[in-house]
Design a binder for this molecule. Structure first.
Ligand SMILES: CCCCCCCCCCCCC/C=C/[C@@H](O)[C@H](COP(=O)(O)O)NC(C)=O
Ligand SMILES: Nc1ncnc2c1ncn2[C@@H]1O[C@H](COP(=O)(O)OP(=O)(O)O)[C@@H](O)[C@H]1O
Ligand SMILES: [Ca+2]
Length: 573
């Protein structure tokens, strides 16, 4: 008997077996759903042909639903076609055949569907179900129909370029990729060209030479530093190809259409955590396979007319700059180097003087303290970026630098942090700015003024709790499109020279000789830019709305998890 195809939207419906139980299995391309519902054994008994243990019933959808409506028991599962990971002919394993008494069949016909199962805390796992058909033709029909449905999802990657940092985090990048990610890619029919990096900036440099047209995406296995490397390679390459000078702080940068996937294997993994909701390699691999797409704001950092770096996570001066500096000699501690250095930095309790100037992001519809975090398909991001686009059209992509719009704050700061996403990570599950948005074209500028050690601790502790970390008189937060920072000694000794860095170093040395009591290392801090120290302290930063795209979808709203919802658990699992 042939499965019956209805005219568009064609619906395929059969009774197939899962672990010797009969199921009504429906593929509804119109609604893009695959579902299976358990049938009572006695109801299908009469239809079972001796020796085959299978019944094939083909009905029009309505008719079938009607005739089986009383036979349907619990254990119904519906999977959107967009969440099917792979479909393949099942491999029949000997043990299974024996135990299931299939041995008398010459060739059982079965296919396996892998699909997304949502677990707690945004973790995804791969569910697997094998459907047994009575004959080859039916199996082929199902395989064909499911593969056709998957092939229609043209946003899924087919060919990826993978960079692995073997030394990131706990040095398990290679192992994580080989054991957890590669098998999923290969099941999903994704071809991957793998480069295990041999030195820092290997991936970045390689991206300038590689033929990007061959690939549907780039994957980096490592931490925020490794992601930053890939980001620099890709953005740099695209600007080079489009003849855009990245040294011009006002340049309108070309967007990168090729997506980047992050398989977390680093120390902080905050870009992954803040865009996926968890730092879990399997979850990331599944988002890549499904071809998710999340636009992301990127900040460019300049010192006068010199490009320094891009940043997507934390650009931090003072506390986080010092934490990074202090951690550099303790790399051998792995991820714990930040905790150790954080503790030491907290005890030293330094503050730094300087001037911060910024322009607010007028187009955004959110604010840093509105308690509305960025979620999957975020309305705030969509609306804000639309308004920015309209504004830019009016201004022909020029940035307003009109003096009256700048707010200037001079002071003594414990920390100056600029984040264009929440910076949520395992150490701080809500992040440095819990309501920052991934793709609204703005960054949150957090100023922590000089305060007592106890107060600073109170502020820090709030990063780990649900309480508002900005609710202190010494903390200010602004949603900005750009900012500039000049440390105090720079202001005093700055000249009109173009080579500011050299002049300042010379002058700085002068100050220290003149004032032997001065502890130079405490006069200025340094900038932590996504885990790398910047050479300059006087910088300007600007946000580029949606400059890159990730294989992610943002953080899903209170997900209905498969492990918290028993009705969705497969009976055979
Ligand atoms: C006393 C209690 C203190 C708890 C404070 C917890 C706050 C932790 C917030 C960390 C936010 C980190 C933002 C991410 C920065 C990464 O770009 C950078 C580099 O990460 P990587 O080493 O490449 O994974 N990591 C750090 C720690 O600077
Ligand atoms: N093969 C390599 N040898 C040394 N350093 C590397 C190598 N590959 C990448 N790196 C650098 O290591 C740094 C840290 O990597 P990352 O993966 O972010 O780990 P972590 O999160 O532990 O800092 C990055 O700045 C990256 O440029
Ligand atoms: Ca943002």
């Amino acid at each position: 008997m042939q499965p019956e195809y209805l005219p568009f939207p064609a619906l395929l419906c059969s009774v197939l077996s899962i672990s010797r139980q009969h199921y009504e299995v429906t593929l509804d391309p119109g609604r893009a759903l695959l579902s299976w519902r358990k049938l009572r054994p006695r109801s299908v008994k009469g239809r079972t042909r001796a020796g085959i243990c299978l019944t094939r019933v083909l009905h029009r959808a309505r008719g079938l639903a009607k005739s089986f409506s009383r036979q349907i028991t619990s254990g119904s599962v519906t999977v959107p076609l967009t969440e099917i990971v792979s479909v393949e002919e099942a491999e029949i394993d000997g043990k299974y055949c024996n135990s299931m008494k299939w041995q008398h069949m010459c060739k059982p016909h079965a296919f396996t569907v892998r699909y997304i199962k949502r677990m707690k805390k945004h973790r995804w796992r791969c569910g697997e179900v094998t459907f047994w058909c009575s004959e080859e033709q039916m199996c082929c029909h199902w395989l064909q129909a499911l593969n056709d449905a998957l092939n229609q999802q043209t946003h899924r990657p087919k060919h990826l370029l993978v960079y692995i940092n073997p030394y990131g985090g706990c040095k398990k990048g290679k192992q994580i990729y080989e054991k957890k990610v590669a098998p999923l890619f290969s099941a999903a029919g994704i071809a991957a060209d793998v480069v295990v990096t041999e030195y820092a900036n290997h991936a970045r440099d390689n991206l300038y030479d590689v033929n990007l047209e061959k690939y549907d995406g780039i994957v980096c296995v490592g931490g925020d530093g490794m992601f930053s490397e890939v980001l620099h390679g890709l953005i740099g390459r695209v600007q080079k190809d489009s003849h855009i000078d990245h040294n011009n702080p006002s340049a309108c940068l070309s967007r990168c259409s090729i997506r980047i996937g992050i398989v977390p294997a680093g120390s902080t993994d905050c870009v992954c955590y803040a865009t996926v909701g968890i730092n879990d390699p399997v979850t990331s691999a599944l988002h890549i396979i499904l071809g998710d797409c999340q636009p992301l704001d990127v900040c460019s950092i300049h010192h006068k007319k010199n490009f320094l770096k891009y940043s997507v996570s934390l650009l931090g001066y003072g506390f986080y700059g010092d934490v990074l500096k202090g951690s550099e000699n303790n790399r051998w501690l792995g991820p714990a180097r930040y905790d150790f250095s954080g503790f030491k930095t907290f005890l030293t309790h330094h503050w730094y003087e300087g001037t911060v100037s910024f322009q607010p992001a007028k187009w955004v519809i959110g604010s840093p303290r509105d308690n509305k975090p960025c979620t999957s398909g975020c309305h705030v991001c969509r609306q804000s970026s639309k308004q920015l686009q309209e504004l830019q059209k009016e201004q022909n992509c020029r940035f307003e630098h009109s003096e009256e719009e700048w707010t200037t704050i001079k002071g003594k700061f414990m920390a100056i942090n600029a984040v264009s996403l929440s910076c949520a990570c395992p150490r701080s599950p809500k992040g440095l700015s819990p309501a920052a948005h991934l793709a609204d074209g703005s960054a949150d500028l957090i100023l922590v003024r000089k305060c007592s050690r106890l107060n600073f601790l109170r502020h820090l502790i709030r990063h780990t709790s649900k309480k508002d970390q900005f609710e202190f008189p010494f903390v200010e937060v602004y949603r900005v499109k750009n900012f500039q920072f000049t440390p105090k000694h720079f202001e005093e000794y700055d000249t009109e020279s173009t080579d500011i860095g050299n002049v300042s170093k010379k002058n700085f040395a002068q100050i220290c000789t003149d004032h032997p009591s001065c502890v130079c290392s405490h006069v200025n801090s340094s900038w932590n830019c996504d885990g790398e120290t910047l050479d300059q302290t006087a910088i300007e930063m600007r946000v580029h709305c949606r400059l890159i795209h990730l294989f992610a979808r943002g953080i899903e709203d209170a997900p209905l998890t498969d492990d918290s919802n028993p009705s969705k658990i497969l009976p055979m699992e």
